[in-house]
Write a protein that binds this ligand. Structure first.
Ligand code: BEZ
Ligand code: FE
Length: 298
């Protein structure tokens, strides 16, 4: 529709409305709010005029957003899911995480983090008995100058091999999540599960939008980390599995090259790093060195 030419009078009507709405914020005393609202109106009107939005489409959009609101409660945040699948969450992360030389990149938080995950010691098991291939994960936590950070708190969480987080189980089992602290040398190590792919919650309006637009709800396999340390910027990220066929189609656009790691499968019977007996099964190992940015650097 954008190649349709409108009369000068029609264009003037549309532009006058944009100017009038922007002018309505003239008395706003908060300069940042005024800037955000002005830009929002410009882009919103630009979109409506670009696609020549019909009144039926406007009604559909209102009904869709109403449904997103209705399904949102303390346990389910459909608005964030909508932001995630539109890439708005990742773009906000990009804007707020200028690439610091050598620092670990951030990615989406997702809806499955839970406070108060069990504490494990270094070398402990974060799987909590959840099903999946055992996976040894280890690495260091350092600052951008290369100094080790002892006592950094690492929260880790992931889905089981069937693609479910513990909060999606029918019972109150806790599994696939834990927290631990880096040791005096800034090193950490723990047992987890080799990540597997799973769909985001897609039984609501966001799932219907994905289906209507021919998109998959699947996320690339990943293991979540949130790393905090005094004086450092909190890092929310994941590591992804090199070779996963979903790396290029992650439905929330969360994959960054630097976060793709080798999860190296070990044949059954291979001795484990800590001597743990994993039985007659394969296991995997992955290395992930984390670099945090000082909080006072924007
Ligand atoms: C997740 O990684 O668990 C997730 C992230 C964004 C939306 C839905 C799920
Ligand atoms: Fe996840």
């Amino acid at each position: 529709m954008t190649d349709v030419t409108f009369s000068e009078a029609q264009t003037a009507v549309e532009e006058r409305l944009v100017d009038t709405v922007i002018g309505s914020f003239g008395d706003c005393t908060d300069p940042r709010l005024k800037q955000v609202m002005t830009s929002l109106v410009r882009h919103l009107h630009g979109f409506i005029r670009d696609v020549r939005l019909t009144e039926d489409e406007w009604n559909t959009a209102v009904a869709f957003l109403t449904e997103v609101g209705r399904i949102t409660d303390d346990r389910r945040q459909e608005f964030i899911l909508l932001s995630d699948v539109l890439g708005a969450s990742m773009q906000t992360i990009n804007v707020n995480n200028p690439a610091h030389e050598g620092a670990t990149e951030a990615t989406v938080f997702g809806p499955f983090f839970v406070d108060d995950a069990p504490r494990i010691e270094n070398g402990g098991d974060a799987s909590g008995g959840a099903a999946g291939q055992p996976c040894w994960v280890e690495g260091t936590v350092r600052d951008t100058d290369g100094n080790a950070i002892p006592g950094a708190r690492l929260e880790v969480w992931e889905a089981d091999e069937d693609g479910f987080y513990d909060v999606q189980y029918d019972d109150a089992r806790v599994g696939g999540r834990a927290h631990l602290y880096s040791d005096d040398d800034g090193r950490y190590r723990f047992w987890a599960l080799t990540p597997t792919p799973y769909p985001i919650p897609h039984d609501g309006p966001v799932g219907r939008m994905l289906a209507a637009t021919g998109r998959s709800p699947m996320r690339a396999s990943h293991l979540h980390f949130m790393v905090t340390a005094p004086g450092m910027r909190t890092l929310v990220t994941h590591i992804f599995v090199r070779g996963d066929e979903l790396l290029n189609s992650d439905t929330v656009f969360g994959v960054k090259d630097s976060l793709i790691k080798d999860f190296v499968e070990q044949p059954a019977g291979t001795p484990t790093p800590d001597g743990r007996d994993v039985g007659d099964t394969t296991w995997a190992r992955a290395d992930f060195d984390i670099v945090l940015v000082p909080a006072d650097r924007s």
